[in-house]
Design a protein around this ligand. Sequence first.
Ligand code: NAG
Ligand code: NAG
Ligand code: NAG
Ligand code: NAG
Length: 463
Amino acid sequence: MKAIALVTVGLVGSIVPTATAAKIKINTSSKLQRIDGFGFSQAFGRASEFQAADPELRKKALDLLFDTKTGAGFSIIRNWIPSTTALSIEPNSPGLASNKPNYTWDGDDEGQVWFTKQAVSYGVKTIYADAWSAPGYMKTNGDEATPGYLCGTTGHTCSTGDWRQAFANYLVQYVKFYEQEGLDITHLGFLNEPDIEVGYSQMQISPNAQEAISFIPTLYETVKRAHLDLRLTCCDAVGWDSQANYTNHLMATGMQKYLDIISSHMYSDDATFPLKTNLPTWLTEAGVETSTAPFTTTWYDNGALNEGMTWASKLATGFVDAGLSAYLFWEGFEIGQNQSASHLVDVLGDEPEPSSVYYAFTMWSRFIRPGANRIAVSGALPNVIIAAFQNNDKSVIAIFTNSGSSSQLADIAIPAGKKPSAQVWLTDNDHRVSEINFKRRGSSIEVAIPPNSVITVKFSSRL
Ligand SMILES: *[C@@H]1O[C@H](CO)[C@@H](O)[C@H](O)[C@H]1NC(C)=O
Ligand SMILES: *[C@@H]1O[C@H](CO)[C@@H](O)[C@H](O)[C@H]1NC(C)=O
Ligand SMILES: *[C@@H]1O[C@H](CO)[C@@H](O)[C@H](O)[C@H]1NC(C)=O
Ligand SMILES: *[C@@H]1O[C@H](CO)[C@@H](O)[C@H](O)[C@H]1NC(C)=O
């Protein structure tokens, strides 16, 4: 009811008359990439931290992250498949690769079982489980936390044998343990940033991805034999440019028949161009590198990496220029970690508090639901990225990301064949996903887009 009333509100609001409005047309007959959703992780103990929080505060934080009406409506979570001995489902080496494994399950998985159940209770259906490494004894270096390769992959032989089948079995077993908990993992990955060397769980692949290419078919067959409905990802590279290279090698060797998603991070390079693949591409981890910038609620000051407006631009560029189907931030909830902007919600006083980055995501994730398609838009405004989407319920979402220092005026044609109600939300330095008024002009609406802001427009059919 509120939406219908707003349409007839007319001239109320702070619309400053400016030059003529640019005409924007959304083409609901066009169909660009599918959108799978938006998400984050609680890996590396953050799920346990979340679980252990005060129940009232915890509920508020969950609402902020997952509620589709009042929160960000995140629709994907990314869990890690631990390879550290204390947490692994196969802590002890069976000796030889061909020996029978001894799996173990604590039903907790560092709080990730609890966290996954919470996400599912809010309607999240996309559960991505990703291994940072195989257990150390399956690797050339015998250690899960130093650089090394999976034994048996191209170019890497080990005295204990070829561990490819054992690693595939181990990954499938992890998924089965979740099944026991009543949780369906939907996406499975086996790498995390294999293109850099770090001192925590990790596994390398070569620039030509030969190790991944010699493992993926085994993983695919193993998943199939287990009758699991799982989609496989590769390779969660540290940045878009190196994932672009991996993708070229994966496609040239026919891996598209086994894989479902090409996945990348953005630490070394942002997603700014489409990868050469017909598979959907996901940005599976994005963040502000630890200790380079503190947690902040400032939307826009100078374009620093921890500001919401910076992330608004990254999201718009990712979906429009790189053709992304999903965008995941690193962590969701942490407590008292304001030195770092690697998470979206913190507790600095008594209450969970979103960072400005959280609001950049919310302008997209609350409105564009899984299964939507991006659709074409015509018309342009200086310094504004325009993206449009159609949800499965036929509602149309248009997002205007104005990274310029002047206000712009858009005359947005109401999508054809509809008698829609329209609603408009604004995030800028003074607003956080605030519903605002606009002018209706016959078959279009006129919306002012302030400097350094995001405007989200929703057209939905009248009920
Ligand atoms: C809308 O998109 C469809 C499908 O791509 C295309 O055939 C049609 O010409 C487009 N309409 C306009 C007005 O651009
Ligand atoms: C399997 O591992 C568990 C510990 O995770 C251990 O208690 C048990 O003895 C092992 N069983 C075999 C047959 O090695
Ligand atoms: C991608 O491959 C090209 C060509 O081999 C190479 O020059 C470039 O350095 C690679 N980029 C990355 C980030 O690996
Ligand atoms: C983090 O919070 C503490 C306590 O509220 C405060 O003293 C400190 O200045 C904050 N640090 C940053 C980087 O915001």
